[in-house]
Design a protein around this ligand. Structure first.
Ligand SMILES: Nc1nc2c(c(=O)[nH]1)N[C@H]1C(S)=C(S)[C@@H](COP(=O)(O)OP(=O)(O)OC[C@H]3O[C@@H](n4cnc5c(=O)[nH]c(N)nc54)[C@H](O)[C@@H]3O)O[C@H]1N2
Ligand SMILES: Nc1nc2c(c(=O)[nH]1)N[C@H]1C(S)=C(S)[C@@H](COP(=O)(O)OP(=O)(O)OC[C@H]3O[C@@H](n4cnc5c(=O)[nH]c(N)nc54)[C@H](O)[C@@H]3O)O[C@H]1N2
Ligand code: SF4
Ligand SMILES: [Mo]
Length: 672
């Protein structure tokens, strides 16, 4: 029974976040008065992060877009406020002109980012699919690198309920900083520690999560696979490995063991930038532990050898016998978190797909055949978030008509012709699924749209009838709820036993089974075994075995790694304007000894550059970073010109064709 008062509504935070917290708003006179986390959510348990608690402020922020705006010359800043009617006319006119000129709509492209991951927001993909052949542009989505690596080894990507981490006696966090990026995991980690479990953090940077660990291992970036191999060698030496798993449930382990037998320990230690002492305690703990939980984060993946490093960690987990056991396993993400109709139908058979993160596709829009003449950007801020900001600026400038749908005037919006204001999750109906925990929840509409904002469903619904002539088959529904009802599939019903929105209303949290994945050790590969040897990887020109492949390193000319991780108080390019950050202005963290060598003082503004470009930024001394690493948090710094992706080259990762090796960026520092 719903016992909430008439003025309470349930929402789900739709950020591309592990938690997708459920929250309750209390509304008076069409205004959200208070907001709190919903306590019955099994994963987030009623707590929000700093960004979540700031949502009321964000919702009414003076910089939120109120009206549609148009500028003829992109980047001129000469925006004119226009009516929605005029905006729809402009869009219709552009699309019809493309259709007339080319006889098809392939020059019309759309690019959807991860600004809002709710089911409602797949309406953009759905709409473009309904036009027949158009172009879909992908930027980077590095998770695909991890997915491909896991598919080589296990056939598919699965993950146990992350709350099970509380039962682990040894947790290893590889390249992830949940104290900043996945705060709801921390109580489970603390619970494991309280029960005597040990926590190990492996990261080149001494992070907020490292502070919570029993052991912190500082490794050279992009060498996780080498460290995993070192640990495998230690286990083998001590005869401490899961023989049954290797013999009965794996394929190709003999080849792997033979190959790593030939690699010297000293070489591996040198690669990882470590002494033997640094790994001996971890090796000892591993020998004493039955099953280990390995949590693999984006820090491992955002390198040119990221996928191969994931395979290295998986090989370690397989040899130690962690897979399919209580208190153990590999935690990365679940791949099967999209199962509504509009999520499944992302592309039509005629869609032209362009991966813009691939260097061979980094050409101007007019050079594609057919050229790109119109771009629709939704939930994305590529000018700030994609590698190679200079290229993206030129790319946007080269498209005759760019439409951006957002809540704020971002740098990308400023490089658009038409900027359309859209609703926040308090102003629309949605369903949010999670790639981490298993809950799905309903997001209710609580207040009227901010000024003239329209929901993305509404925008598409208004546009569709105007494009029937061009073959648009997007179906019109009466409401957002009806639209969502039409997206329910058998997969949703099988998992959650619900058929429509109203059933979800009464059954907000569903399907969190505590089954341990791969418990029967029957994998989804061709042999049903865990593959140390992958013919699929080999066929793609990759290593068949999970052996370490070295990546690029700093050079004399570009002596620093630039690591640009996610900040606790911002969300990618969102929330910077709230000034929640302890570093309101952009700063670069550098070890004082490295700065001393360059005669640079704390607080000094310096130039950081490489072959891609340069930025000017303030120095902050920090003992968290090694001497050859600089850290700048990724995101949008609206009060300065700093755009760190001016420095990141479009280097693809080794697997998953959307991956970008953001953390293989090398730079020099100069005094101004
Ligand atoms: N507060 C907040 N939360 C977020 C986000 C946000 O922007 N803000 N973004 C969300 C999104 S989209 C994502 S993808 C996730 C990302 O969250 P995480 O998985 O935590 O990933 P990153 O912040 O990219 O990097 C994590 C750590 O990897 C380290 N690292 C870099 N290179 C290496 C390496 O080679 N090996 C190892 N072992 N470590 C390395 C970095 O120093 C960093 O501390 O967070 C999500 N949650
Ligand atoms: N250097 C460096 N760059 C990185 C990373 C890194 O670690 N280092 N991380 C990468 C990663 S992991 C990711 S996932 C990407 C994220 O980059 P993006 O996918 O671009 O994600 P966001 O910056 O979160 O959001 C993009 C825009 O969506 C808008 N938005 C929010 N809600 C809605 C909505 O309901 N509708 C619409 N239309 N718009 C909305 C926001 O206001 C914002 O302007 O960045 C990547 N870029
Ligand atoms: S950003 Fe993540 S942790 Fe914060 S409220 Fe949203 S879902 Fe929860
Ligand atoms: Mo991400």
């Amino acid at each position: 029974m719903n016992t909430r008062s008439q003025y309470e509504f349930q929402h789900v935070c739709p950020r591309n976040c592990f938690s997708n917290c459920t929250m309750i708003s209390r509304v008076e006179n069409d205004q959200i008065m208070t907001l709190s986390g919903k306590r019955t959510h099994p994963y987030s348990q009623g707590k929000l992060c700093a960004k979540g608690y700031s949502y009321i402020e964000r919702n009414n922020h003076q910089e939120r877009l109120k009206y549609p705006y148009y500028q003829e010359v992109k980047g001129s800043g000469r925006f004119k406020q226009i009516t929605w009617k005029k905006a729809f006319e402009l869009i219709e006119c552009e699309m019809l002109n493309i259709q007339k000129k080319h006889g098809h709509l392939l020059p019309l492209a759309h690019y959807k980012g991860s600004g809002n991951v709710g089911v409602h927001h797949y309406v953009t993909d759905h709409f473009f699919t309904s036009l027949g052949g158009t172009t879909r542009i992908f930027g980077s989505s590095t998770a695909t690198t991890g997915f491909e690596a896991m598919e080589y080894d296990m056939g598919t990507v699965k993950m146990s309920n992350p709350a099970m981490i509380k039962d682990s006696s040894l947790i290893i966090l590889w390249g992830t900083n949940p104290a900043a990026t996945n705060i709801h995991l921390i109580p489970f980690i603390i619970e494991a520690r309280a029960k005597g479990g040990k926590v190990v953090v492996i990261d080149p940077v001494y992070t907020q999560t490292a502070e919570l660990a029993n052991l912190y291992i500082q490794l050279r970036p992009s060498t996780d696979g080498a460290l995993a191999t070192l640990l495998v060698k230690e286990l083998l030496k001590a005869d401490c490995y899961d023989k049954e798993f290797l013999e009965q449930h794996s394929y190709g382990y003999e080849d792997y063991l033979e190959a790593i037998g030939k690699i010297s320990k000293d070489d591996l230690l040198r690669t990882c930038g470590m002494t033997e002492k640094a790994i001996s305690l971890l090796a000892q703990w591993m020998k004493e532990t039955k099953a280990i939980s390995h949590i693999i984060g984006m820090g491992v993946l955002k390198h040119t050898n990221g996928g191969q490093n994931v395979r290295g960690i998986e090989a370690l987990a397989a040899i130690h016998g962690d897979i399919g056991k209580k208190g153990g396993g590999i935690f990365f993400r679940r791949k099967d978190s999209r199962f509504f109709q509009n999520q499944l139908e992302a592309d039509s058979k005629d869609t032209r797909v362009i991966h813009l993160n691939q260097p061979e596709n980094r050409i101007l829009p007019s050079r594609f055949s057919p050229p790109i003449e119109m771009l629709w950007v939704s939930g994305a801020n590529p000018l700030v978030q994609e590698a190679g900001a200079k290229f993206w600026a030129e790319f946007l400038a080269g498209i005759p008509f760019v439409v951006t749908v957002d809540l704020f005037m971002t740098p990308t919006a400023k490089m658009s012709n038409l900027v359309l204001p859209t609703t926040s999750h308090f102003e629309e109906t949605d369903i949010v699924t999670s790639y981490w925990h298993k809950e799905i929840s309903l997001n209710e509409k609580a207040v009227s749209p901010y000024y003239e904002s329209l929901s993305e469903w509404r925008i598409m619904t208004e546009l569709a009838p105007r494009l029937r002539e061009s073959g648009c088959s997007f179906q019109i529904h009466e409401s957002e709820e009806e639209y969502l009802n039409a997206q329910f599939t058998e997969a949703v019903e099988n998992r959650y036993f619900i058929k429509n929105v109203s059933e979800l209303k009464n059954k907000q949290f569903t399907g969190s089974s505590d089954r341990i994945v791969w418990e029967r050790r029957k994998f989804a590969t061709a042999t049903k075994q865990f593959h140390f040897f992958s013919t699929e990887a080999e066929a793609k020109g990759l290593q068949a075995l999970p052996l370490f492949v070295d990546g690029p390193s700093p050079t004399e000319e570009l002596p620093f790694w630039l690591i640009t991780p996610h900040h606790p108080y911002t969300f990618n390019s969102q929330f910077h304007f709230l000034k929640l950050s302890d570093s309101e202005e952009a700063i670069v963290e550098i070890h004082p000894k490295a700065a001393e060598k360059l005669s640079i003082d704390d607080g000094e503004v310096v130039k950081i550059s490489n072959q891609q470009g340069s930025i000017e930024i303030k120095i902050a001394f920090s003992h968290r970073v090694p001497r050859d690493i600089l850290v700048i948090h990724q995101g949008w710094y609206p009060d300065s010109d700093v755009n760190i992706n001016k420095l990141t080259p479009p280097l693809p990762t080794d697997m998953g064709n959307k991956g970008t090796a953001f953390y293989d960026t090398f730079v020099r520092i100069e005094k101004l």
